[in-house]
Design a protein around this ligand. Structure first.
Ligand code: FCB
Length: 449
């Protein structure tokens, strides 16, 4: 591997999620999700934005796939909308929903793009939420049934499956902080929802193994490694370890080791796994899906959450989300994750940044996004050299889209979307990404500086 080259079989892709791009929320028998309810609740989403139309990908998927192909993407990570497939979350199947994903998957394959499907990227069926959702005893099994429907319908062609996207966000932001759907404020509930999500993950992996379809399955979590501000301070180390347990260990320790971290068990009212559940949840997965955005160092503080006060450094570049740009932390996180959980493979399933640039003569010169991608990819490259088994990278996002509680105010796409006309324009970052993919190397990007 040359200095800037990636390993020969490295997989290059881009990612999206159903509620963020599809639109067509009332079409062809789709049921409601908690995000429909939440975004239509006044005051919950910036500017009152909703995913009703989003990027209208439900209708424009063919053009979108053609654009992916022009950009040389080798893989596309999308999510399946559970209520589009099963309007009430369980029982009756909506064939028109199945047909949509069949059309999408076939279009991808015709263009030589590998589909990577996420089963749950937060658009939980409202009908299930109305019956206590993820905290009911059979919630995992209900998710398993939906997962099995997906495997049976699409598994002949989809060989890369992600059970959940960022369960920490769904549980914590949705049920304790209330910033995401379903907008609740109850810590104990958040922990129970997290537990239900873990059982659902295990159930889905079991169903997948039983079908013997020969593909890979894993889960995607949002990694945020909190390094101690002063590595020589025992207190800062403690703060770092507690915050890492809470942020990353909450989900990854049960998945890799069969139980919650000790710190969480002694600090929070964690639900308890039975022995059988421990085995279910910690069944072997094929890869670790790692989403990577925000970083910070922590110092010990009595006032801080988990005694960890996060340090913001104003002099460092921040994206429009307010997140610091510190590329080397991707390397640090990949190496830390490899050492702590020892996955067979890692895929960066999301990494990207929000910056808004104007369209000028049909072009978008998103210089900061290009810099971001170059530097984070260099960091990923370094992690491989240091032993992280990183096998692929999906940029977030293929398109500008509905950024949850921020609505359309944050643009993460490598492709610009005009929400009035639905016109797509590949930004300069997309053109740079194409060259990187083509060369399987950062060399062309570095040469263009
Ligand atoms: C992640 C989500 C994804 C997107 C990015 C910016 O937390 O998985 O849907 O919103 O953040």
């Amino acid at each position: 591997m040359g200095e800037l080259d990636f390993p020969r079989d490295f997989l290059w892709g881009a990612a999206t999620a159903s509620y963020q791009i599809e639109g067509a929320v009332n079409e062809d028998g789709r049921g409601r999700s908690v995000w429909d309810t939440f975004s239509h609740t006044p005051g919950q989403v910036q500017n009152g934005d909703t995913g009703d139309m989003a990027c209208d990908h439900y209708h424009l998927y063919k053009d979108d796939v053609a654009l992916m192909s022009e950009l040389g993407l080798q893989a596309y990570r999308f999510s399946i909308s559970w209520p589009r497939l099963m309007p009430s979350g369980t029982g009756e199947v909506n064939q028109k929903g199945v047909d949509f994903y069949n059309r999408l998957i076939d279009a991808l394959l015709e263009n030589g793009i590998r589909p990577a499907a996420t089963l749950f990227h937060w658009d939980y069926p409202q009908a299930l939420q109305d019956q206590a959702g993820w905290t009911t005893p059979d919630a995992g099994k209900v998710f398993g049934d939906y997962a099995e429907l997906c495997f049976r319908s699409f598994g002949d062609r989809v060989k890369f499956w992600i059970t959940h996207n960022e369960p920490w966000c769904y549980a914590f932001l949705g049920h304790e902080v209330g910033a995401h759907a379903p907008g609740l404020n109850d810590q104990e509930l958040a922990l129970k929802v997290g537990h239900g999500l873990l059982l659902g993950h295990g159930e889905a992996v079991s169903r997948y193994r039983a079908l013997n379809q020969g593909g890979k399955i894993g889960i995607t979590t949002n990694h945020q490694h909190f390094a101690p501000l002063n590595p020589d301070s025992e207190f800062d180390q403690l703060a770092s370890s507690q915050q890492n347990d809470w942020m990353n260990g909450w989900f990854l320790d049960p998945i890799y080791f069969g139980d919650y971290p000790e710190y969480l068990k002694k600090t929070y009212p964690m639900p308890v796994f039975t022995d059988e559940q421990k085995m279910l949840v910690s069944q072997k997965t094929d890869f670790m899906g790692l989403n990577f955005y925000a970083v910070s160092k922590v110092r010990y503080s009595d006032q801080g959450h988990n005694q960890a006060e996060q340090i913001d450094v104003p002099e460092i570049e921040h994206t429009e989300m307010g997140w610091m740009v510190v590329p080397d932390t991707l390397r640090e996180t990949l190496v830390y994750s490899q050492n702590r959980w020892n996955p067979d493979e890692i895929y960066v399933t999301e990494n990207g940044c929000a910056y808004d640039y104007p369209v000028e003569n049909d072009k978008v010169h998103d210089v900061k996004r290009q810099d971001f991608l170059k530097s984070y990819l260099a960091s990923a490259h370094q992690a491989i050299e240091e032993g992280a088994k990183l096998k692929g990278y999906f940029v977030w996002s293929f398109l500008d889209n509905f950024e949850w509680a921020f609505g359309y105010s944050k643009r993460f796409g490598i492709v610009h979307v005009d929400y009035g006309t639905q016109r797509r324009i590949p930004k300069d970052s997309a053109l740079m990404y194409r060259e990187i993919i083509r060369a399987n190397s950062l060399a062309p990007a570095v040469a263009s500086v």
